[in-house]
Design a protein around this ligand. Sequence first.
Ligand SMILES: [Zn+2]
Length: 259
Amino acid sequence: MKGIRLEEKTWEEAAKAIEDSGGVAILPIGSVEQHGKHLPLGTDSYVAQGISEAASAATGAVLIPPMWFGWCPHHMVLPGTVTIRPEILIEYLYDVLGSLSAHGLKKVVLVNGHRIVNIVWMQIAAQKAQEAFGIRAVIFDPAYMSKEIVSALDFGPVGHAEEIETSHMLHMHEHIVHMDRAIDNPVKKTERYSVDPSYALDTLCYVPSRKSDQEKHAKESGGTSGSPTKADKNKGEQYHDHLVQRMVEVIEELRRKDV
Ligand SMILES: [Zn+2]
């Protein structure tokens, strides 16, 4: 399930793969940031890469090497986190899309493993690239593309390093998940703000995080928000398969459309 990896091709093989793909590329975009005491820093990138690989293998879309770093100032209180300024990320992604477009990859699925915080700059870069290069780009975000399966599997709310991400990582990379270190910190019900796309009530769309809150959070739970001890490998597999199927549908739809 490796997918059609661009970085492993020679330029001649790349030309053939691009032609065979119908001009469709998948670009995983993640983050390197704290994920509690039980998950690796690269979790968001592994999530984006894992579903992208499987969808590339299933459809022949060209898999672009992942953008490992994202925007995560709200996790800088814990070691290992790397955050890139959003203005840099916009320019970087814009250049990647310009290059892909120049070689015939004009339909691009941008796969976001880092939820709400990456989406802002990805939207700006995608819109700018669409105007400049005439590409068709879509943002595929697991939190939005899994509402049905998350409800069917009775997962708790979207938090951080919670049972959803933990289950998914147990399915994909169990050897770097440390369940014996998982700490629950249930997502508190707040009337005015939620990062969960399934949240039903009126809500502010974004509240910048404060350093004092981050420090409190880190102390309480080692950076977790949610209930990772409820994670289940089998549910993680069903969640993964649902997302891959959804991405395959998106790719088939892109192929039917003009650029
Ligand atoms: Zn994450």
